[in-house]
Write a protein that binds this ligand. Structure first.
Ligand SMILES: *Cc1c(COP(=O)(O)O)cnc(C)c1O
Length: 345
């Protein structure tokens, strides 16, 4: 079998949730949008529900279907994109709580699902989703009369401690929500790590659960093992791969492994010279990353193992992200469908 194996450690996921939860005095929910950051929202959700999470967030209503099926009727599932046209039946049938983002969404919700739980998303400065202060103050009494279950907002720069945007947004959010006696939530992973001022009644970490920055003390959650399909000996000055971009400086042994950019291993990873690991021994990736294959210089190994590791405790998702000048979130959510995903608990 030449399918690469993506190993997902559900135990580490649960520990990351508990450790983040221990930093707060409030409720800790879990963000499982984009199919649980690519790791399977159902499995992730079940694991975190067992760890103690009672509320979950997804991006769009459709994502709530699989999650509700996995979690059963108890836990709360909230939808960041709110109540869009066509969502009514899904919100009702799968007991999803929309975070309403505009007056339009409010009117739609109150008319089509009267009495159905909802929250309100406020824009405290990011200018992405949610009601701005003026709009909120104009419709606040109407919203409050319908008993929102949560008032939330989102920080733009929480992953940069000391950034002036966070206290600015904290003040805006506080001004919009003070004294209303409704549960409030401002922080994702980054804000949770900024400390208690940012916690309010509920934190909503995502990336930190999955082992990514800015939660630097997270346990790694995934490993990627890629089978070696073939090894060959090449002479000094022979080239490897598309464009002859790598030329051997010595007689070399090259291993070809079975994954590529179609699996989310971006060509840009090569810019900083990533490694494939034989156990703990790093071997340089050489030549261009192709769609389904990657070539590795294994000359210095005594023996070439059956698989090489591309994601592990040393070369984490964040290390790969840095190599491609992107973020761990993008690396995680780009990991492709071809991997055999295996879950350990
Ligand atoms: C994605 C998202 C989160 C989770 O963010 P992380 O940085 O992954 O912890 C929380 N709230 C909102 C509104 C989001 O879009």
């Amino acid at each position: 079998m030449s399918t690469a194996r993506l190993k997902i450690n559900l135990d580490a996921l649960a520990i990351n949730w508990r450790n983040l939860d221990a930093k707060t005095g409030c409720e800790t929910a879990a963000v499982v949008k984009a199919n649980g950051y690519g790791l399977d929202a159902g499995r992730v959700g079940k694991t975190l529900a067992q760890a103690g999470a009672r509320n979950f967030f997804v991006a769009v209503a459709e994502e709530g279907i699989a999650l509700r099926r996995a979690l059963g009727p108890g836990p709360g599932i909230s939808v960041f994109s709110g109540h869009m046209e066509g969502d009514t039946k899904l919100l009702r049938d799968f007991q999803l709580t929309p975070m309403l983002n505009s007056l339009d969404q409010m009117l739609r919700h109150f008319e089509s699902l009267p009495g159905h739980p909802f929250g309100v998303q406020l824009d405290s400065g990011m200018n992405r989703l949610g009601m701005e202060a003026a709009e909120w103050f104009a419709v606040r009494d109407i919203a409050l009369a319908q008993n929102p279950v949560l008032l939330m907002s989102h920080l733009a720069c929480a992953d940069e401690p000391g950034h002036g945007m966070s206290p600015y947004q904290l003040k805006n959010f506080t001004d919009m929500t003070e004294g209303l006696n409704i549960p409030r939530s401002l922080s994702a992973t980054g804000g949770l790590l900024l400390g208690r001022d940012y916690h309010f009644d509920l934190c909503r970490p995502g990336i930190g659960l999955y082992g990514g920055a800015p939660y630097d003390n997270a346990l790694p959650v995934i490993e990627l093992e890629v089978p070696v399909i073939q090894t060959r000996e090449i002479a000094q000055r022979e080239s490897v791969g598309y464009g002859n971009s790598w030329v051997a400086q010595r007689d070399s042994r090259i291993a070809t492994i079975a994954a590529g950019y179609a699996d989310g291993l971006h060509r840009a990873f090569q810019r900083q010279g990533i490694m494939a690991y034989a156990g703990s021994t790093p071997c340089p990736v050489v030549g261009r990353i192709s769609m389904d294959l990657i070539t590795v210089d294994v000359t210095d190994l005594d023996e070439v193992p059956e698989t090489l590791s591309l994601i592990n405790e040393v070369q984490t998702v964040d290390v790969l992200a840095k190599a491609a000048d992107t973020i761990g979130y993008e690396v995680l959510t780009s990991l492709g469908n071809r991997y055999a995903r295996t879950y350990t608990a």
